[in-house]
Design a protein around this ligand. Sequence first.
Ligand code: CIR
Length: 263
Amino acid sequence: MSFSYSFSHAICRRPGASATHGLRAVDTGTPDIDLFIQHHDDYVLALKSTGAHVTELAADETFPDGCFVEDAALCLPELAIVMRPGTSSRIGEAALMKPELEKHYQCVAEITRGHIEGGDILVTDREILIGSSDRTDQEGVENLREIVAPYGYMIRMVQTPPGVLHFKTDCSLLDEHTILSTRRLADSGCFEGYNVIHVADGEEACANAIRFNDLVIMPAGFPETRSVLTHAGFSIREVGNSEAARLDGGMSCLSLRFSPPAT
Ligand code: CIR
């Protein structure tokens, strides 16, 4: 199995009561924290069911969006890189994640220029795709490029669709050749050379899924896309996402997924 979806570990953080103040582009109502935690527990169980070791960090009420741990770091097989979130209320989340990463990695680098969030980064076997967005700028991407170049990683910068929070809000890796994407993103041509499976019309909100070992974990309630993926041979696990979705969060945002280097 490829390093881009085979993982022995994950780190998650439980949503706290302050998640009611989490960032959102459109207010669709305050998240119900009990339901959010219930969905989060189901998500952690799904990760664990693949045999992975999952660290579940306690909620930190200082950071209303702190459960969306993906934005704070990028984990590669050789090293982890602490990101520099592009919005002031989240910038401190990166420093909070660093000691957790140091428990698993000897090499933890840091973005020190510009801004970049993990939600804008899609790692495939052949390259690292990064969508520029309101949270991720050229300077942050160039800083990341300098850090990962010595390890042989190629970075390709693309455009997150206007009005979409993160690049991966609209796409997910399904296997080494295949990407699940909304049409609005795939139509930009950024996935040339990959097989693209489009989410069903009207089901754009399920484009943010994750391939985690043998499972594709996707938000519950998107039957047409689920059926397409099942017919394509993927093993699907649905997890409720109604409350995270109120904060523009989805399946990838809720974990850092990695296999620590052998020491
Ligand atoms: C934010 O606006 O930053 C959070 N409410 C949602 C972050 C979602 N993260 C992700 O897509 N990787």
